[in-house]
Design a protein around this ligand. Structure first.
Ligand SMILES: *Cc1c(COP(=O)(O)O)cnc(C)c1O
Length: 392
């Protein structure tokens, strides 16, 4: 556990918890087994063990481990057997990886404006929408659209979140994708998962992620006569080992976040011009989310928190309609693929050209919570946040 002492306060860096040599039994096992490639062995690989753990914990029929969440998104998209140039509706407020995954599959991303909670506003979707990616951003569980054949849940920032009916995020749509990037609920540096209840989709993804092969573990791959091309997204045993170790701590991470969130909700100043937004019961409490009366107040709070060494972030970076990847419509392909195939019709869906969303983002501020800190230190950290926010 890395604790930094600064100005008498103790805090953990955000985004990497329970990284401890004493706790790396799975990694030790992999090294001792002398196999780092998952299909090198006929025995249960560490990657399979991880996939079973995840399926069981989330209540999903199937899980596939890949290198990152962007690959997981690509797999989920391509398994729907689209035609090039098909539209995929994506959230206007999310990480640009979502747009990149859509484009790299030869599909056209159409950002859909956010509702008050900053999640994709389902009421803006056309009745004939076939593919929609919904992102559960920053621990907040979004509501999924109904009647859409392929809803892909991007759970990169919300592993462990639950819908009001108790289901885990990632298991309510066609497929769910997760990330183990450094700044996520659990981390292995890079890493991704796709989960689905659709056996056929899983089979297609497993095949595509291993060169289109019909691999039997422990053997050289073989290709059926009806094989289609694929790529190589096969994960490594040592990465899966760290992911298994991280996964063991998921409930502790979630409980640690809940505990600090509870402490903060009792202690934070009651300012109407700088409100903490209450989070839903099933949300992962990765941060305290504040809504300020003005952008100036938000910026002053950012400056004050940063001066005290308190980690914080804002969400304006997630507004995709302003992102150069979408505004520029550029591509490394000489013919501009796939933008050259974009169908006629609106290139984004919003009632006010994203004005309200832009305003909400400009006034929003997030302060991450530290799940691994013992309760007394969480209380100290909360007091420090309170002191700063009272004074701005
Ligand atoms: C991090 C993130 C991704 C991409 O995950 P990688 O594992 O880094 O590819 C996708 N979507 C969202 C919402 C993210 O936060």
């Amino acid at each position: 556990m890395t604790l930094h002492d600064r100005q008498g306060q103790r805090f953990l860096p955000y985004g990497a918890n329970y990284l401890d040599w004493q706790d790396m039994t799975e990694l030790r096992e992999v090294i001792e087994h002398q196999v780092l490639f998952r299909y090198q062995t006929e025995q249960e690989s560490m990657a399979s063990r991880l996939e079973h753990l995840v399926s069981e914990r989330l209540g999903a029929a199937r899980t596939l481990a890949v290198h990152n969440c962007t690959e997981a998104l690509r797999l989920a998209l391509i398994s729907t057997r689209p035609s090039v140039g098909d539209v995929v509706y994506i959230p206007a407020v999310t990480f640009v990886a979502v747009a990149g995954a859509v484009l790299s599959c030869g599909l056209i991303p159409v950002p859909v404006d956010a509702d008050e909670s900053l999640a994709l506003d389902r009421t803006l979707l056309p009745a004939d929408a076939r593919r929609v990616i919904v992102a559960h951003m920053e621990g907040s569980v979004a509501t999924l659209p109904q009647g859409v054949p392929y809803v892909i849940e991007d759970c990169a920032q919300t592993l462990g979140g639950r819908f009001p009916d108790g289901r885990e995020v990632g298991t309510a749509g066609y497929a769910g994708v997760f990330s183990f990037h450094h700044n996520k609920v659990l981390t292995s540096g890079e890493g991704g998962l796709v989960v689905t209840d659709d056996e056929q989709a899983w089979a297609a993804m497993r095949c595509y992620h291993d060169h289109g092969s019909a691999r039997v573990p422990g053997r050289y791959p073989t290709w059926n006569q009806d094989a289609y091309y694929g790529e190589n997204f096969v994960t490594s045993e040592e990465v899966a080992a760290i992911q298994c170790q991280q996964f063991r701590h998921l409930d502790e991470v979630l409980a640690g976040l809940e505990r600090m969130y509870g402490l903060a909700m009792e202690a934070l100043p009651n300012r109407t011009d700088l409100r903490v937004l209450p989070r839903g019961k099933g949300d992962v409490k990765v941060s305290l989310r504040f809504r300020c009366e003005s952008r100036e107040l938000r910026d002053a709070a950012v400056t004050a928190l940063t001066a005290e060494g308190i980690a914080n972030w804002t969400l304006g970076k997630y507004l995709l309609p302003e992102h150069p990847v979408l505004t520029g419509r550029r591509s490394l392909y000489a013919d501009g693929f796939p933008w050259n195939l974009a169908p006629e019709g609106p290139s984004a869906l919003s009632r006010d050209n994203f004005a309200r969303t832009r305003d909400l983002l400009d006034r929003t501020l997030c302060v991450p919570l530290s799940p691994e800190l013992p309760q007394e230190q969480q209380a100290v950290a909360v007091k420090a946040i309170r002191r700063v926010l009272e004074a701005v």
